[in-house]
Design a protein around this ligand. Structure first.
Ligand code: ATP
Length: 235
């Protein structure tokens, strides 16, 4: 199965932020999206999950319109969007009903893995930022998406959460989930991703396979070196 971003341009009202973005995401691969603050990473992801409609171009899943395929997508946003009037338990129940999930096995595994059990009856206001982020991660994972779209997930996580989340991304990739990961952590992007897109001022500046980045002629070059050479080109 393939998610295709075909020459997508878009932004907010009349303000165009991203221009002519194109790539294909296959199931079982992780694409990293990196760029400076304001480069347009979140805006790109919003076009993929359908929060924003492209001004030009289109997003398709298996060549079908995004709308008909939207249940195959899940988003982990950079800031968790939790409902203030629902407890953690009620959030998970809501997702279970929405996606008609009949078993708690996977949910229970994740709740223990991310140490959420003691918070299960709390409302979002009583949760730390990192715990809210974990609730958002679990909510996205239990919906068993074909494509998981992730916006800068690492910032609020403690070292243990970071380790388990990174391992979960590798597991999901093995289970044939296609993942887009927007992040500022270039070392994590380099180790986890199959391909990297560098976005700069709304333009897709580089789109490389990790095998290309680690090929002989670039063997002493890191993603960080490539990143800086791209973003400082014009200065
Ligand atoms: N809701 C919005 N309404 C209007 N403009 C917005 C909105 N969200 C973002 N922008 C603008 O779009 C541009 C790109 O922002 P975006 O959040 O996509 O960047 P980013 O690469 O994700 O940055 P960061 O790394 O800081 O998260 C910025 O100039 C920002 O001001």
């Amino acid at each position: 199965m393939m998610l295709s971003v075909n020459r997508v341009s878009g932004g907010y009202l009349t303000r165009k932020i991203i221009r002519d973005i194109s790539f294909d995401l296959h199931t079982g691969e992780i694409i990293g999206l990196v760029g400076l603050n304001g480069a347009g990473k979140s805006t790109t992801l919003r076009h993929i999950v359908g929060t924003l409609k492209p001004m030009d171009g289109e997003v398709t899943i298996n060549k079908q319109d995004w709308y008909s395929q939207r249940d195959k997508l899940a988003l982990i946003p950079d800031k968790p969007h939790l409902y203030p009037n629902l407890t953690v338990y009620e959030h998970f129940e809501f997702i279970k009903r929405l996606y008609q999930i009949n078993t708690d096995d996977y949910l229970n595994t994740l709740v223990d893995r991310y140490l959420i059990r003691t918070h299960i009856n709390k409302y979002p206001y009583a949760l730390s930022k990192g715990t809210q982020q974990k609730v958002s991660i679990i909510s996205a994972m239990i919906s068993s998406p074909t494509f998981l779209i992730i916006d800068e997930p690492f910032m609020g996580l403690d070292p243990r959460g970071l380790k388990y989340f990174t391992e979960d991304l590798i597991r999901l990739k093995k289970e044939s989930v296609g993942i887009i990961l927007s992040t500022h952590m270039l070392n994590i992007a380099e180790s986890l991703c199959d391909r990297i897109i560098v976005l700069h001022e709304g333009h897709q500046k580089s789109y490389h396979d990790i095998p290309y980045l680690t090929a002989d002629h670039l063997k002493d070059v890191t993603l960080e070196d490539i990143f800086f050479s791209i973003i400082e080109e014009k200065r």
